[in-house]
Design a protein around this ligand. Structure first.
Ligand code: PLP
Length: 413
């Protein structure tokens, strides 16, 4: 819901920016229309030269509106198959435009691919947490805590603050290394730091290089850093969030020469590619490196989506859940799992998990209603949630009829 309000606000701002008045950031030049916007930092003004760009465009707004209207988040394939596959294709298109190595593409048939993160901060955090998990499991004779104490990451003193923040969240040390006269991090500096730290008994594991630093748009020497990372077996993440998008142009592509050494790579289409925020593109050469350590394996995400409830709950939802609960309780073959306190009813056929899995498969196959399973204390059950504001009492009855019919078929077979 909040996301939709943000989209509307964004649309509003774009309408403003397309109006003919020009905006100066100096208060004395504000005309009447603008003065109402004094508290708004107007990023779309031709006079706005602060920070780094945040993109916006009419096609992106139309895309946002479409996404808002469909409102089907592609959190997993099952939650939004078309959205997930479109995201995969789009990530491959962008990777090809950037001439990323084949290993980063889904279409290579390997383990690589990309996905959209909300921000570059998220991409860096995902990278460092995954790198941490990868290295921890190498030290089988040490506890996790002992390894954590020794882990050390590297970046340049010019890197974005999110790199240090990610290290803090990952509970690892980080060294912000000196840059050369062009504010770029060089391979020799990294190699010396790694040597020194290994002597101290530390465990170097992660490097974040920047293509286009926030302060000066300096470009770290990726090829040099990549060679060091390869020799020292370090995870190289390339934060190319701003300048990286320019590498679509052949004349700038050399900025990311050496990207083949990186494990993960990110650019922000919302910075320089006319895509409204948030949109951070993040690629990895081996998806298992990310999915294995960070997979919490929630049943509802694995099999189905629970993301129907993006709107504010309404109390009638609870009344309808109670109505469904009464229908379940009236059938002695079924039982309720837990308490019905909201718009969610957890229920199952009395019997084993296999029986309930079969029932779910049959309900799925009927394609008349969509429900999600979960598992608690080893007990598999079905979840019936009032998710959509157009659901009415007759839909609850219809759902129960479908479930009861499939149960009849199953139990008589
Ligand atoms: N990295 C660099 C080099 C940046 O310039 C920025 C933001 O300007 C970020 C990371 C953070 O980007 P985001 O706002 O997508 O988290």
């Amino acid at each position: 819901m909040r996301y939709r309000y943000v989209s509307i606000l964004r649309g509003f701002l774009n309408v403003i920016s397309s109006c003919s008045f020009s905006i100066s950031l100096a208060p004395d030049k504000h005309n009447l229309s603008v003065s109402r916007l004094r508290k708004l930092n107007h990023w779309r003004s031709p006079n706005f030269h602060a920070f780094l760009p945040i993109a916006s465009s009419i096609p992106a707004l139309l895309g946002d509106m479409l996404a808002g209207a469909i409102a089907a988040p592609p959190v997993t394939w099952i939650a939004n198959p078309a959205g997930t596959e479109l995201e995969m294709s789009m990530m491959d298109w962008l990777a090809k435009m950037l001439q990323l190595p084949q290993e980063f593409l889904f279409s290579s048939g390997g383990k690589g691919g990309g996905c959209i993160q909300a921000s570059a901060d998220d991409a860096i955090l995902v990278a460092i947490l995954s790198a941490r998990a990868k290295v921890i499991q190498l030290f089988k004779d040490m506890t996790k805590g002992q390894v954590l104490d020794k882990l050390i990451a590297y970046t340049s003193e010019e890197a974005h603050s999110s790199v240090e923040k990610a290290a803090q969240l990952a509970l690892v040390q980080i060294r912000c290394l000196e840059t050369d006269e062009k504010f770029a991090l060089r391979g020799t500096t990294l190699a010396a730091a790694v040597r020194e730290d290994r002597k101290q008994g530390l465990i170097p594991f992660f490097v974040c290089a920047t293509v286009g630093t926030t302060s000066t748009c300096a470009i770290d020497n990726i090829s040099e850093l990549g060679l060091v990372c390869e020799a020292e077996d370090l995870w190289l993440h390339i934060d190319a969030v701003y300048a990286g998008t320019a590498c679509i142009c052949p004349e700038y592509r050399h900025w990311i020469n050496g990207v083949e050494y990186s494990t993960t790579f990110s650019v922000n289409p919302h910075k320089w590619l006319h895509i409204n925020p948030p949109c951070s593109a993040f690629w990895v050469k081996d998806r298992d490196l990310i999915t294995e350590p960070l997979d919490v394996d929630a049943m509802y995400l694995r099999d189905r989506s629970t993301n129907g409830g993006v709107r504010m709950p309404e109390f009638r939802d609870i009344a309808m859940a109670k109505e469904f609960e009464a229908l379940v309780l009236a059938d002695p073959r079924f039982e309720i799992v837990g308490n019905v306190v909201s718009g969610l009813v957890c229920f199952r056929l009395k019997g084993d998990n296999a029986l309930n899995k079969k029932l779910l498969a049959m309900i799925d196959k009927s394609r008349r209603i969509c429900i999600t399973p979960s598992i608690s204390r080893g007990i598999f059950y079905l979840r019936f949630c009032i998710s959509v504001c157009t659901t009415e009492s007759r839909d609850v009855v219809f759902a129960w009829e479908v479930i009861r019919h499939e149960a009849d078929v199953l139990l008589s077979s």
